[in-house]
Design a protein around this ligand. Structure first.
Ligand code: SAM
Length: 418
């Protein structure tokens, strides 16, 4: 993104020069940097609601039917800038022109998807498959919506819907990845947990992720503070605050995208960040190892019991080291005899309601032994696979780090039960 493009964005926002500007960051594309010293918790800028790209600011321009992710991704798709021109969008053009032009290194693009999946930990392959399914669901919904509304949409300024299906899908993927990697939480709806509470936000979205250390934060909006939907038609403006410690000129300013393990950072955002083995963020999802334990005998009945009680899947170990309560619950049931007259099944149910801490001492020993086996499997698999990695460049480093995270977490958890 050129300096001119950023200046055009500032003009559009009617902003004077700011305390921050986008610059190349050492291995993270563009980042946000301080151009002067900035005292702690300083408001850096306030983006007016009209310049926030979200389901509220787009609502008046599209027939209803899509959720926020689908609507924003569609809008970006329709107004994707053609190389090297700016976006022709009359609403958000100067902002859309600052977005990354390609997502070559995101694992959802064909470049990385083409890599041998056996190179990646199975939990990462599964997470990638879920992301792909989410994308396909959104694309299919939007494709149907486009067919129904083609006449209306083709009347939009500078809109050419006569692109082939492949081009349209490539442009939609571009829009969708912008949403997935750059949107932040912003209160738009009546409830805090509504999935449409998100927005794209100019300038703020240049900020890279930090695992630890000082980071910027958004000031809670009026709607968020009053825990109600925003009153103005377009919603509330969004103010970004500098870190709670002073920032030196030239320093990069970060956000934290959440306490995510590398699996999530890689799959959702397309990068990894080193994190210590004892870090609570370091996490392994062990579904691919544990799920086959529920095959045969009374496995199906146990699977159903876990599904009905909401404990099927999302079974993790983390670097603190901790075995997730969901995994303990599943493994406790694995070691209960369903046909037995010993009352273990009822005791297992009682652990769910908090009436009991455990099924029995024997059952505690059995699930802990299974956890130790799972850890040994993880350790052996990580040791074996790390020796035969073939991807190139950044992907090799990323894949190595993903395996290391599994290895170190498994080693730490194993020590708990050996
Ligand atoms: C919100 S954008 C941040 C701005 C982005 N770097 C750019 O060039 O426009 C999020 C994307 O930045 C990159 N990124 C963010 N934090 C990173 C980090 N700590 N290391 C490497 N890449 C990072 C990833 O590609 C991620 O999908």
């Amino acid at each position: 993104m050129s300096t001119v493009t950023f200046e055009l964005l500032l003009d559009w926002l009617q902003f004077p020069p700011l305390l921050v500007e986008p610059r190349e960051s050492p291995s993270a594309g563009i980042g946000l940097f301080a151009v002067a010293s900035i005292p702690a918790s300083t408001p850096l800028f306030t983006i007016p609601a009209r310049a926030l790209l979200n389901s509220r600011s787009l609502a008046a321009h599209y027939p209803p039917a899509l959720n926020a992710v689908q609507l924003i991704a569609l809008h970006l798709c329709l107004y994707r800038p053609l190389h090297p021109s700016p976006s022709l969008d009359p609403l958000f053009g100067p902002y859309i022109s600052t977005l990354p032009r390609e997502f070559d290194s995101h694992p959802l693009t064909s470049h990385v998807k083409a890599a041998d999946p056996s190179q990646l930990p199975p939990s990462v392959v599964n997470a990638l498959a879920r992301l792909h399914a989410r994308y396909l669901h959104d694309w299919n919904t939007v494709r149907g919506y486009l067919r129904e509304n083609v006449r209306l949409l083709s009347q939009k300024p500078d809109m050419h819907l006569d692109r082939g299906d492949d081009t349209l899908q490539a442009d939609f993927l571009w829009g969708w990845l912008n949403v997935n990697t750059r949107c932040i939480y912003h209160r738009i709806k009546g409830t805090r947990s509504h999935p449409d509470n998100l927005t794209l936000c100019p300038i703020l979205d240049f900020a890279n992720h930090t695992v630890a250390g000082p980071c910027m934060a958004t000031r809670p909006s009026h709607a968020e503070r009053s825990n109600a939907p925003p009153i103005p038609r377009l919603g509330d403006p969004l103010t970004l605050l500098s870190p709670t410690t002073p920032t030196q000129p030239g320093a990069e300013l970060y956000l934290t995208y959440g306490a995510h393990p590398n699996r999530t950072l890689f799959v959702e955002y397309g990068f990894v960040a080193p994190c210590g083995p004892d870090d609570v963020r370091a996490e392994v999802d062990v579904q691919d190892i544990v799920e086959p334990m529920f095959k045969g005998n009374d496995g199906d009945a146990k699977k159903k019991l876990l599904q009905d009680s909401g404990y099927w899947g999302d079974w993790t170990l983390d670097g603190s080291p901790v075995v997730s309560y969901r995994l303990i619950t599943a493994l406790r049931l694995l070691h209960v005899s369903l046909g037995g007259a010993d009352g273990d099944l009822q005791r297992w149910r009682d652990t769910l309601t908090g009436l009991r801490d455990a099924v029995s001492d024997v059952n505690e020993g059995a699930w802990q032994e299974t956890v130790a086996d799972v850890c040994s499997t993880l350790i052996q698999r990580a040791q074996g696979r790390r020796k035969h990695l073939a991807p190139n460049g950044w992907l090799l480093d990323a894949v190595q780090l993903l395996w290391e995270e599994e290895y170190h977490v498994a080693l730490r958890v194993l020590k708990l039960y050996n």
